[in-house]
Design a protein. Structure first.
Length: 419
């Protein structure tokens, strides 16, 4: 048996690209170009802490490809942030934006910090200083950051203000995922989870299942997991298990999601709530008896070591990169349908695009309009992926990659190589 080495997300991302290179007849230089980022930026920067001491932090912005438009992608604050993690996340943004036909390339950023250890003013100081460091390489037509794990709308507001101060006027389209009061879009907060819920409803329909009969487990109870769980419960599904890093619950009759959302808001975790359900760990959740498993937290949770114990018949990757290539092969052999991350979680960047368009036009839409457009974009991408997968009699991930990567190489070939 091959023992799985510490899975490196950048290696996974490269392997996924290479798996479609032959079928797309990619020239070797194109594989080489796309299997690494166009540009990488690292900054070591100081932040003054509340006690007057100055601490150093390390941050990254990796710009994978911009053949289809400005670089786009979130900024993550987490102790797990590394150059290779950000490289992988940037590459996945390129395919994701192409798959849902947004006129963007892909990028990602991150700071190696646990934001929960910072006070609000320390978080503000860190965010402003990091964004000031990024100033030379970003801009509304260049590279447009957004929230990701550990960041939120308030952090985006500080970013936007910092950039605007150095430019002498308000530049709202430099970042998306902002509060509505400063140029954010209606519907952006819930967009990723809403996109996931549209796909779950559609997939159930195609599989001849009724949403009311589905038992769903969601790993992660942040922005994506909590909204996904709530919307699926509202749609009639039974959300039987949810968890965050500190713990979670299982109840075969369905959990009370609004109560857990209130707990997450108040305590920053859903663990240790007296809700009368069986306590489970974040790892247990992946092996729980359910129909649809939705990893909505971090990468590398479905591994060669646990993929054979997944009991769901469908995995929806609301997180980026939750399944390693080795685990993916096991799930495939076991006949488990996997809706890949670049499709499943594309709702967030899709509404980011709508926010950017609204900011550029200074003309704002109602939430209904945003959700309607989101639904159309998600379902049309799903349809294309589903059709190609059926035609090839292959997995949804390969179909999604074939479509996304094809669009990027079309753009590169059409533009040609600058002398
Ligand atoms: N961080 C989100 C993602 O991974 C959203 C990116 C964006 O809105 O630009 O897709």
């Amino acid at each position: 048996m091959v023992v799985e080495a510490e899975p490196n997300p950048y290696e996974s991302a490269r392997a996924q690209l290479e798996s479609v290179a032959d079928e797309l007849a990619m020239e070797p230089w194109l594989v080489d170009r796309l299997s690494q980022p166009e540009r990488e930026f690292t900054t070591n920067f100081p932040v003054e802490m509340d006690d007057g001491n100055v601490r150093m932090f390390k941050g990254y912005r990796v710009q994978h490809n911009n053949a289809r438009g400005p670089f786009k992608g979130g900024i993550r604050y987490s102790l797990q942030v590394s150059r290779d993690e950000v490289r992988a996340l940037a590459m996945w943004m390129t395919w994701k934006c192409a798959l849902v036909k947004l006129p963007y390339g892909g990028a990602k950023g991150g700071v190696n910090v646990d934001p929960r250890e910072l006070s609000s003013s320390e978080l503000e100081n860190l965010s402003r200083r990091f964004f000031a460091e990024l100033e030379p390489i970003i801009g509304p037509e260049v590279d447009i950051p957004a929230p990701d794990m550990g960041t939120n709308a308030q952090v985006m507001a500080w970013y936007m203000d910092t950039y605007s101060m150095t430019h002498g006027h308000t530049v709202s389209p430099v970042v998306t995922g902002k509060p509505v009061s400063v140029g954010g879009s209606e519907g952006r907060y819930a967009a990723t989870g809403r996109g996931v819920s549209y796909l779950v409803n559609e997939l159930a329909k195609r599989r001849g299942e009724s949403i009311a009969d589905l038992r769903i487990a969601v790993q992660g109870f942040g922005n994506v997991g909590s909204v996904t769980a709530r919307l699926l419960q509202e749609a009639g599904a039974k959300v039987v298990a949810v968890s965050d890093v500190q713990g979670g619950y299982y109840d075969g009759n369905g959990l009370d999601i609004p109560t857990l959302e209130a707990a997450a808001d108040e305590y920053g975790t859903i663990a240790d709530q007296p809700i009368g359900a069986d306590p489970i760990s974040n790892a247990d959740l992946l092996e729980i008896d359910c129909d649809y498993l939705i990893p909505a937290a971090i990468e590398n949770v479905l591994l060669e070591s646990n993929a054979d114990r997944v009991r769901a018949s469908v995995v929806i990757e609301a997180a980026n990169g939750p399944t390693t290539p080795a685990a993916d092969a096991i799930l495939r052999d076991r006949g488990i349908t996997v809706v890949p991350d670049i499709l499943a979680n594309a709702g967030g960047v899709t509404v980011s695009y709508m926010e950017w368009v609204q900011d550029l036009q200074s003309f704002f839409w109602e939430e209904e309009e945003v959700n309607r457009r989101l639904r159309r974009i998600m379902l049309s991408a799903f349809d294309e992926v589903w059709e190609l997968a059926a035609q090839r009699d292959g997995p949804l991930r390969d179909a999604a990659y074939l479509i996304g990567v094809q669009r990027v190489i079309d753009a590169i070939r059409t533009r040609g190589v600058f002398p």
